[in-house]
Design a protein around this ligand. Structure first.
Ligand code: BES
Ligand code: ZN
Ligand code: MN
Length: 503
């Protein structure tokens, strides 16, 4: 889909549909909405007077212009109550408008920038949010549907602005919004892909494309190289599957200054989680093609970061493998030796995410990374505590945790920090190895995080459990049913906030 920005008066614009807006409670519309209203002989204010338009968030009213202006239709979208209005509202209404117009078969429409100048929101942020809502809200995963080309789709959005001094900022917002949405939708594509297609090998191929197209270095370690590095934990998980494991490593170098540091984003890349010999039941195994959502998120994030070019260095690592089950699969009670030298007793083969992340964590440390975020669909328990609304945040450095949480709040991806008391750690003591890979049912998300944390050492480390939020059961706002793309936007925002340019 193409997005253009032009100077002009929306009233004089010619399009299949033009979009204007209204805050809740406004009886006498001003600005562009007022101008359109006048040209339509007061049709909009009449609808307001008759209480057919209230301005509630996401309310849509279609008015046919019957030749009174050049465009065929006017859509009035409600922005909700002005004091509650924020960039999240802009993303939501933009998605609602785009989906509505797509549903009624409109292929091209024009809109003013919603919300620019309201509260703290400038035209750049407003345009970015509008593009994000539109592109993320229109996302569909229909590549395996034979009739996908027959479905209506929107080909173009024209953003129309009266004030030409704002055009450059709007263009900048459109560019950023497009880059971020492309990354979110890439993440969704990877997560929605079935496991017979999205194997570790295929994930590594996609990573290669992302790296090459955006001028980044990539290395993909195979089984033999992992063996050399002593990555017994990943290899233990991988040994029950015919799919070759891959350790995917991409470097983004945006800061060559002396003493510059590199941060690390790690993502769990289990392309299918059967549970292993501790086999999941039928219901539990559904959706386990999405157990690489953390890996998909860090890959998508580095694509956006390479395009936005913040001044920082970033390494992303995805330990990718299936957690399969065959005659060679690892057994409960097995002991594996990790790259760090620590040994782990396999108490439950279904607790595989922390195993692959343990070795990945040692790997990024061996590469000199100073601060780390890992993203993983780690525990079912996180859904018990936070439902499908917030991701869980864990870590060993409050400043680094706060960096993640403030970025998540800025972009509207909800997060919640968990405690990490020492007392929990006794739950994963082992009789025969240094630790075991589970800590029992109680506080399962916390002990899961702490087991990963055993491999962080003194490095600043944050762990994000996205098992509850990586997939959505229904359409909400600009997030369609299926893979959500969380927390791509937070990771990108974090990189932008850490950029030397923003200091
Ligand atoms: N991939 C699962 C966690 C998961 C569950 C993700 C539901 C998305 C939806 C993870 O590998 C797992 O199986 N965790 C176990 C850990 C337990 C054995 C300690 C769990 O949550 O049951
Ligand atoms: Zn898993
Ligand atoms: Mn599992």
């Amino acid at each position: 889909m193409e997005i253009t920005v032009g100077v002009g008066n929306i009233v004089e614009h010619k399009s299949k549909a033009i979009v204007v807006n209204l805050f809740e409670g406004v009886t006498n519309p001003g600005g562009s909405t007022g101008a359109v209203d006048k040209s339509l002989n007061g049709a909009i204010s009449l609808l307001i007077k008759d209480k057919e338009i209230k301005g509630k968030l996401n309310e849509i009213t279609l008015v046919h212009t019957l030749g009174k202006i050049d465009s065929d239709r006017v859509v009035v979208v409600g922005l909700g109550k002005q004091p509650e209005f924020d960039t999240e509202s802009i993303r939501k209404v933009s998605a609602t408008v785009a989906r509505y117009l797509q549903r009624i078969g409109i292929s091209e429409f024009s809109s003013i920038v919603h919300g620019a100048g309201i509260g703290q929101i400038d035209e750049k942020d407003a345009a970015q949010a509008m593009v994000e809502g539109t592109l993320q809200g229109l996302y569909r995963f229909d590549k395996y549907k034979s009739d996908r080309d027959k479905k209506p789709s929107i080909k173009r959005l024209n953003i129309v602005e009266l004030d030409k001094t704002k055009i450059q900022n709007i263009q900048q917002g459109v560019k950023t919004g497009t880059i971020i949405s492309d990354a979110v939708n890439l993440c969704r594509d990877l997560v929605n892909e079935p496991a017979n297609k999205m194997t570790p090998t295929r994930l590594a191929e996609v990573a290669l494309e992302v790296a090459v197209q955006n001028g980044m270095d990539i290395s993909v370690l195979d089984k033999a190289e992992m063996k050399k590095l002593g990555m017994g934990a990943i290899l233990g998980v991988a040994q029950g599957s015919d799919e070759e494991p891959k350790l995917i490593v991409i470097n983004y170098n945006g800061d060559n200054s002396e003493g510059s540091q590199t941060i690390g984003f790690l993502g769990k890349g289990i392309t299918f989680d059967t549970g292993g010999l501790d086999l999941k039941n039928a219901a539990g195994m559904r959706g386990m093609n999405g157990d690489m959502a953390g890996g998909a998120a860090v890959l998508a994030a580095v694509q956006a970061i390479a395009r936005l070019k913040p001044s920082l260095n970033l390494m992303i690592v995805i330990p990718a493998t299936e957690n399969g089950i065959d005659g060679k699969a690892q057994r409960p009670g097995d002991v594996v030796k990790t790259m760090s030298g620590k040994t782990i007793e396999i108490d439950n083969t279904d607790a595989e995410g922390r195993l692959v992340l343990a070795d990945a964590l040692s790997y990024v440390q061996s590469q000199g990374v100073s601060r780390i975020v890992d993203v993983a669909t780690l525990t079912g328990a996180i859904s018990t505590s936070l439902g499908n609304v917030r991701m869980g945040v864990f870590g060993n450095d409050q400043n680094w945790i706060d960096a993640f949480i403030s970025s998540s709040e800025k972009v509207g991806e909800k997060a919640w920090q968990f405690p990490m008391d020492e007392e929990y750690k006794k739950q994963y003591k082992s009789d025969i190895a240094d630790i075991k890979n589970t800590g029992g049912r109680n506080g399962g998300s916390i002990t899961g995080a702490q087991i990963i944390g055993e491999f962080a050492g003194d490095t600043s480390w944050v762990h994000i459990d996205i098992a509850g939020v990586s997939r959505s059961e229904s359409l909400t706002g600009y997030t369609p049913k299926g893979a959500t793309g969380v927390p791509v936007r937070t990771l990108v925002q974090m990189a932008m906030a850490l950029s030397n340019d923003s200091n």
